[in-house]
Design a protein around this ligand. Structure first.
Ligand code: PLP
Length: 383
């Protein structure tokens, strides 16, 4: 294989042969939807998160939505969140009939600006929905101090931060409601899926009702429906994929951290910041490094992000945009947001670029991405 011509994808899941064999076993077992594998997956996740109750769902989006319902968020309520996220983050707030309240981001962490969160609180505020972008944890001490001071629930959108920690404590092992996603691009996958970490067995039992049509069974043949639930259950096939992933979580995170150190070493050596490219915070140990994102310079005479992406693609390097500003999508403009509402977030959303990073990536591939980025950026600056 000619390494110089091979394409380095943005990301790729790592699924081992044991997991594939396990999936085949489930497929042949006669029980392929929610069953013993989901129960086992949930109990392993619960052990990971210090024994807190955990339930699995068929997407991170569904998980977040159920988190909002458990927190009692509904019509008339406001939920404070970030405009720099996957659009699921705020779509679920609309889905439960509440109003998302976007606030400005911190230009360094690219997460919610917690001062802005506190200023946005009104009598209608019911909850805060923070996102750990790229796996970098939002300051949990300040977040929960604000929530406590104002009597708010927190639904952590930790879709990207499984394996991340805050001051030595694993994200999910503490806090209020914590929602993870197991989409294939995330650090741990069930193909599609997610899980919610909760506080009490009562919350877990309500989550089960929301997960499957509100159904509560009793005795041999009893069935009742008290709440209007949906269809959010995870299949046993998917849970088996998750069970095969869990033992690798630490190694996956470790490999990402190793690759990220290489990125910093290469980009520092090339003095990439002198070209106006901004690197992420050097939080080597708390972040699970779900993504490695740079922020490109913008201005008169400088290339657009799309041109840089096209040049990198020609050099065999896949890149991505995570994410366009949510409040500027047509749906949200229709609800009243406009250009200029959050200048920092809008600028970062126009210029942020995700570089390849996944556990099966190798150090020489990082070097190739670094040289490609440096050559493209310095080339443009010469013009
Ligand atoms: C992936 C993701 C979601 C949604 O998860 P799905 O499993 O794709 O439904 C929500 N929020 C954030 C921040 C995400 O990255």
């Amino acid at each position: 294989m000619n390494l110089a011509l091979s394409i380095i994808p943005l990301t790729r899941p790592t699924i081992d042969e044991e997991t594939i064999a396990g999936v085949c076993e489930v497929m042949r077992s006669g029980w392929i939807t929610s069953g013993p594998n989901v129960k086992e997956f949930e109990s392993k996740l619960s052990a990971l998160f210090g024994g807190r109750p955990v339930r699995a769902f068929n997407s991170g989006t569904g998980t977040l939505e159920i988190g909002l319902r458990l927190a009692g968020v509904g019509p008339g309520d406001e939920v404070i969140t970030t405009p720099l996220s996957w659009v699921a983050t705020s779509n679920v707030i609309l889905e439960v009939g509440a109003r998302p309240v976007f606030v400005e981001i911190d230009p360094i962490t690219r997460n919610l600006d917690l001062d802005a969160v506190e200023k946005a609180i009104t009598p209608a505020t019911r909850a805060i929905l923070p996102v750990d972008l790229a796996g970098l944890p939002v300051d949990r001490d300040r977040l929960y101090a604000i929530a406590k001071r104002h009597g708010l629930r927190v639904i952590e959108d930790a879709a990207q931060s499984i394996g991340s920690s805050w001051q030595g404590r694993l994200i999910g092992s503490f806090g209020d409601l914590v929602s993870f996603s197991f989409h294939p691009n995330k650090n741990l996958t069930t193909i599609e899926g997610g899980c919610l970490v909760m506080n009490t067995p009562e919350e877990a039992s309500l989550a089960e009702q929301y997960r499957l049509q509100g159904v509560v069974r009793s005795g041999m043949d009893g069935m009742d429906v008290e709440v209007c639930g949906g269809k959010f259950n995870l299949t046993d096939v998917a849970a088996r994929v998750g069970l095969g992933q869990l033992p690798h979580l630490e190694a996956f995170t470790g490999k990402r951290r190793e690759l990220v150190r290489r990125y910093f070493a290469g980009l520092d050596a090339a003095k990439i910041e002198s070209f106006g490219v901004r690197l992420p915070p050097r939080d080597f140990d708390q972040s699970n490094w779900h993504m490695f994102q740079v922020v490109l310079p913008e201005g008169e005479g400088l290339p657009k992000r799309s041109e840089i992406m096209a040049r990198l693609k020609d050099l065999g390097v896949g890149t991505g945009v995570h994410y366009p500003a949510i409040h500027l999508f047509t749906l949200y403009r229709g609800l009243g947001w406009k250009d200029g509402d959050f200048p920092i977030a809008e600028s970062v959303c126009r210029t942020i670029l995700t570089l390849p990073l996944f556990p099966a990536m190798e150090l020489p591939e990082v070097d190739r991405v670094v040289s490609a980025l440096v050559s493209v950026v310095s080339d443009f600056q010469k013009k």
